[in-house]
Every structure is written in structure tokens, then in C-alpha cells.
Write a protein that binds this ligand. Structure first.
Ligand SMILES: [Zn+2]
Length: 117
């Protein structure tokens, strides 16, 4: 996926997020000031309006993630944004399942996605 095709901001029901992309490890500060880092695919910080997306695997090959993997991470972090926006308190598993499910729904039924255009 070409970086220029990726969104630099995402609007989640009226709340704008800046999107940070990284080819390496993602780090961010949690609400308590603790620095969070590790093998994250992405992160969502509702209080700062930032979403982070990692573009490459972290191993000796550093292979880029596929378009589907990057799209799924963007969807996943956007769903965290929806949960934050509507104070839903979705669990990680719920966000994961919704992300995978919505992506599959649109891929399996492109006419539904086209209705949004
Ligand atoms: Zn998550």
C-alpha cells in the first residue's frame, strides 16, 4: 500500500484524529503518563485525537503488512474511536471481532460498500 493512499486524518462521527504511521515500533503515552511500547499493530488515543498504525512487521525481515492487514488495523483503531466517542466501553475482543467482521462484510459484499459512496 502506498503511503500517499493512506489517510492522514480520520473523522470518527465528528471527532478528527491525526494518523501517525510507523515502519518500526509504535510508542505512545497512556493517560497515566506511562509510556506504552511493544509489538503493537496500532493504537488509539481518544484524549489526544491520535491513531497510530504500524506499516511493517517487526522481525529480521521487516516485511510490509499487506493492504488487508493495514486496512484492518485502521478499521480496528477507528472502532476504538467509535467506542470512545459513544462511551461504549467495547472490549479488545469486541473491537477485534467487529473490525474483522466489518472488513469481511464489505469485501464479500462490495455493493453494500458502494452504497456508501
Ligand atoms: Zn485494539
Amino acid at each position: 500500500m502506498r503511503k500517499k493512499d493512506l489517510p492522514d486524518k480520520i473523522r470518527v462521527c465528528g471527532k478528527d484524529y491525526k494518523v501517525r504511521y510507523s515502519n518500526g515500533k509504535l510508542t505512545y503515552k497512556e493517560k497515566n503518563g506511562k509510556r506504552c511500547k511493544g509489538n503493537l499493530f496500532g493504537f488509539h488515543q481518544g484524549n489526544k485525537g491520535v491513531i497510530g498504525i504500524r506499516l511493517k512487521n517487526i522481525n529480521e525481515y521487516n516485511e510490509p503488512y499487506s493492504n488487508d492487514e493495514i486496512t484492518n488495523t485502521i478499521l480496528h483503531e477507528s472502532l476504538h474511536g467509535l467506542s470512545h466517542r459513544f462511551d461504549l466501553g467495547l472490549t479488545e475482543r469486541q473491537v477485534y471481532c467487529l473490525g474483522v467482521g466489518v472488513q469481511a462484510l464489505f469485501k464479500d459484499n462490495p455493493k453494500i460498500y458502494n452504497l456508501l459512496k
